[in-house]
Each structure stands twice: as structure tokens, then as C-alpha cells.
Design a protein around this ligand. Structure first.
Ligand code: GLN
Length: 383
């Protein structure tokens, strides 16, 4: 009897859980899993508690609270100059991950192919496999993590149903440029390929460089699911609230999955986020300015270690090359660093189908208090 034949034979426990558990076990400074260790904005927490006290504790509409969808539409108009019908084109989800699963399951059929760009976030491929489809992995440049669009072009077949992009990119922080978007539009023109754009770090951008959201490009937006996450923007990753923006037709298909997957997400958080977007737009508008000193400080501290940091255009992760310290493969190095030196990072190989040979990179999250970053680097300096 084969009661259990895994549908995801290649999948184990996610690297984020594995490394967080190891960090706890060894009392390490956890710069692994990406989450802030500082407070969620007080007005947001207060608004959430108030919503619960006010009795907003039942199901929200399946597509999300109207006030939140309207606030998202207003923000999208202001930042990306794109007009959205908040009733038909915005769906609030239980985090970006739910939105990714819903989008893939809604449009990708068994036997089809989805192009992903490696290193890619670890939930993409399982979603594709559960849809019965195949992930086609196109590597990003091993040094600067830019897209080689010719390789993307070459990977397209008549079975290609979707292309997944991610900017600012997890784990590298690389960002797509306006030129990238123009090339992408060129490649997709005349095809039936749906674009999934994971933009959960959209507001965490540095040095005055603008985020090239797919929502800025009408030709791309009409074939896209654009996914964002309030957890990243409002320092509340545990609330699990995100959203997907798509055309009316794509949103219709998306909602057929979302309504049976989770139906809706935590109502008090939705009410609070709607208020926050309306009353404190400066929060998301100044998020890059908030994170930039953390990024810069962490990089200055790292200069006193043998870890070599790579550039960070966006997001809250810093990649470091550890080849001056060790020849160990990255998973082993991450374990060793946690156990022997009390600092936890995330190895990159789980983000790849085939990791570049000899790559010695670890990802650290710098969405932390200064004291946490300083404690971590004091330990790293001894390695
Ligand atoms: N997005 C987070 C990261 O990249 C992890 C989220 C999770 O643990 N599932 O670290």
C-alpha cells in the first residue's frame, strides 16, 4: 500500500524554519528569516486593537475590506499613476505567499511551464508543482543578479504559461530597471504568458532609485498579477496580510481560488491597515529612508570582518561572501556559524535548482535594531 506518495518529494521544511529553530536552539543572533525585531507602528497596533474592540471580528468581504482596497487603489494611483477599480482589481490575501499560490493555481495548468529566475523565493516552485506544472529555472547573473533576458527568451516554449519576476529581489536585493521592463514587454508581446510580479519589498528602495513596478507599465500590467505585502511595509510579518492587483479578468480567476483557499484574511488588521494607509502615507513613502541608515551601518560594521558584502539596491537583506573564512558549502557554513559563533544567516543554495559552483554567499537580514546588528557583527568579527 502506498498511502503517502508525496506530491512534493523534493520539498523538506523551509530553510527559514530550519535556521530559525537552529538559532533558538543555540541562542544565536537571528539574522536569518526576514522579520524586523523592532516595534510595529503604534498607531497601527492601536487601530487593530480598536477594530477588535469595536466588534470587527467577523469575516470581511471575500475580496477584502472595501476601505482597504480603496486605500490600496489611492496609493497605487499616487505612486505608480495607475487607476484601479478597487472592487474588481484588488484582492486582499493572507500574505504575499497566499497570493502567489492563488495566482499560480488559478491560471497554470498541468503539463505547462513556469519560468522562474534563480535564485528565487522558495515557495514559487512548490506552487507550480502543485498545479501539475514544471518550473523552468533561468539563472540570474551570479555576481550582480541581473536578468539575462536572452536566456529568458530562449527558455520560452509553447507550454510557457507564466513568468515570475521579483523586484526588489529576495535574496539579493537587485532591482529591475526601466530598461529591463522595456525588454520584458518586448519579450512578452504577442504571447499568452501571464506575468507574476512579486513586489513585496516595493517600498524598501535606496539611493533615490525608483522601484519599477509592473503597475507603471500598462502593457505589462494587463497580463500581470502584481503582489505586495503589508508585513514587509508595516513591520508586521506575523499578521499575514498582502494583496494581489490584476486585470478584471485575471482577478476573477484569482478570486475563484482565493475564496476557497482562505476566503478572507484577519479583519481587524485589514481595518487598521486601511486607516494607516490613509492617515500615515509618510510611513510607506519614507520606508527607504528608514532602512537606509540600517543598511549603511550594517555594511560599515561588516567592513571590520572578513565577510564581503555585495551591493544592496533594495529590500532588507545583505548578501555576504564568506570565502575568506571558509570553503564549506553554504548550508554547512550557516550551521557552523550559528553553532560556533552564534549568528544565523540563510544559505542561498535552497533558492536554486543548481547553485553556481563555488558560490559562497550567505544572506543576513538587517531589519533589526542597531543593538542586534552590533551584537551580531561583534560575533562575526571573531569568525
Ligand atoms: N520572506 C521571509 C524571508 O525571506 C521568510 C518568510 C517565511 O519564513 N516563510 O526571510
Amino acid at each position: 500500500m502506498h498511502l503517502i506518495q508525496s506530491k512534493l518529494p523534493k520539498v523538506g521544511t523551509t530553510i527559514f524554519t530550519v535556521m530559525s529553530q537552529l538559532a533558538t536552539e543555540h541562542k544565536a543572533v537571528n539574522l536569518g528569516q526576514g522579520f524586523p525585531d523592532f516595534a510595529t507602528p503604534a498607531p497601527l497596533v492601536e487601530a487593530m486593537a480598536q477594530a477588535a474592540r469595536d466588534g470587527k471580528n467577523q469575516y470581511s468581504p471575500m475580496t477584502g475590506l472595501p476601505a482597504l482596497r480603496q486605500a490600496i487603489a489611492a496609493k497605487t494611483q499616487k505612486i505608480y499613476a495607475r487607476t484601479l477599480d478597487s472592487d474588481a482589481q484588488i484582492t486582499v490575501t493572507s500574505g504575499g505567499s497566499e497570493a502567489i499560490f492563488d495566482a499560480v493555481l488559478a491560471v497554470v495548468r498541468a503539463g505547462e511551464e513556469v519560468i522562474v529566475l534563480d535564485p528565487c523565493y522558495d515557495c514559487y516552485e512548490p506552487a507550480i508543482e502543485l498545479a501539475g506544472a514544471r518550473a523552468v529555472h533561468v539563472p540570474l547573473d551570479a555576481h550582480d543578479f541581473h536578468v539575462d533576458w536572452q536566456r529568458v527568451r530562449d527558455a520560452i516554449t509553447p507550454r510557457t504559461r507564466m513568468l515570475m519576476i521579483n523586484s526588489p529581489h529576495n535574496p539579493s536585493g537587485a532591482m529591475l530597471s526601466a530598461q529591463d521592463m522595456a525588454t520584458l514587454a518586448d519579450i512578452l508581446r504577442g504571447t499568452d504568458i501571464v506575468l507574476l510580479s512579486d513586489e513585496v519589498y516595493e517600498h524598501i528602495v535606496y539611493d533615490g532609485v525608483r522601484h519599477e513596478s509592473v503597475l507603471r507599465y500598462p502593457e505589462l500590467a494587463e497580463r500581470a498579477f502584481v503582489i505586495s505585502s503589508f508585513g514587509k511595509t508595516y513591520h508586521c510579518t506575523g499578521w499575514k496580510v498582502g494583496y494581489a492587483v490584476a486585470s478584471r479578468a485575471l482577478s476573477g480567476e484569482f478570486r475563484k481560488v482565493h475564496q476557497y483557499n482562505t476566503f478572507c484574511t484577519f479583519t481587524p488588521a485589514q481595518a487598521a491597515l486601511a486607516q494607516m494607509l490613509e492617515q500615515h502615507p509618510e510611513h510607506h513613502e519614507q520606508l527607504g529612508a528608514f532602512y537606509q541608515p540600517k543598511r549603511d551601518h550594517f555594511r560599515e560594521l561588516l567592513a571590520h570582518t572578513k565577510f564581503v558584502p555585495t551591493p544592496v539596491p533594495g529590500g532588507y537583506f545583505q548578501l555576504v561572501d564568506y570565502s575568506a573564512i571558509s570553503d564549506l558549502p553554504d548550508r554547512e557554513f550557516a550551521r557552523w556559524l550559528t553553532i560556533e559563533h552564534g549568528v544565523t544567516g540563510i544559505p542561498l543554495s535552497p533558492f536554486y535548482e543548481s547553485p553556481p559552483i563555488g558560490q559562497r554567499l550567505l544572506r543576513f537580514c538587517f531589519a533589526k535594531n542597531e543593538a542586534t546588528l552590533e551584537a551580531a557583527v561583534t560575533r562575526l568579527a571573531k569568525s
